[in-house]
Write a protein that binds this ligand. Sequence first.
Ligand code: AG3
Length: 289
Amino acid sequence: MGFNNEDNAFIEWYPRGYGVGFKVRRRLFETQTDYQRLEIYETEGFGKLLVLDGTVQLVEVGEESYHEPLVHTVMLAHPNPRRILVIGGGDGGALREVLRHKTVEKATMVEIDDGVVEASYLYLDIAKDLLDRLIKGEEPRGKLIIGDGVKYLRETEERFDVIIVDSTDPVGPAKLLFSEEFFRDAYEKLNDRGLYITQAGSVYLFTNELMDAYRTMKNVFDRVYYFSFPVIGYASPWGFLVGVKGDIDFTKVDLERAKELDLYYYDPGRHETLFQMPRYIRKLLEEGD
Ligand code: AG3
């Protein structure tokens, strides 16, 4: 894990010695926050790189390959997403994409680690202006809460149309965000028609965790969908899981609203291609049905 001086590279090591890395020029920042070790590197060809506990969170060039499928799939499948909750996502990329939707009246982001928000604001060109307005409480439709998303969801009186979980992997500290109890809280806090989405890890390298999360979500939501997307910087294909409450068909998206967004990576006109997968994954999912 980490910075390899000989090659001037940062490499994230996944299980069984699978590595994903970038050539880097230098490390710009490093700190131990209250929750994790945070590093920022300047890469040779992908802008700055944000690393938490040795795992790649994003590179500036190509971050949309993660934030677009995470956010716009559910936002465009929901008929009228007005109230949105983002859990995690302290860099602001997910909330930035949420706020591009005109239907949104209020979007709340609950991030446990203010160290991530601060470092993203200071060093990353992801959502600088948005983070600045959020910190000052000046974003008309957005709100930033520094706190534990698990506790927030359990206690809030609010109801949401869409809940987006932009967490670290389903191993380690974020594990609670993949528990049945948490999914139940999320289901309860969704409006009668609502969508829940979580990133769910590398399809090839975290297959077991992905299937566990799929089965657990199936115990809670009315329907559960799995899709994957090639994300720059991660051991792709990367998995996403969507939980549906009530009458929404996640296989269809609103192409009129999609036009205005003019997306770069996720192609709403080819939404069905999200559900292509290796045959063994399809068989594993069918066993879980
Ligand atoms: N959220 C974390 C995705 C997980 C990355 N995992 C990994 N590299 N092992 C990304 C935060 C971007 N808003």
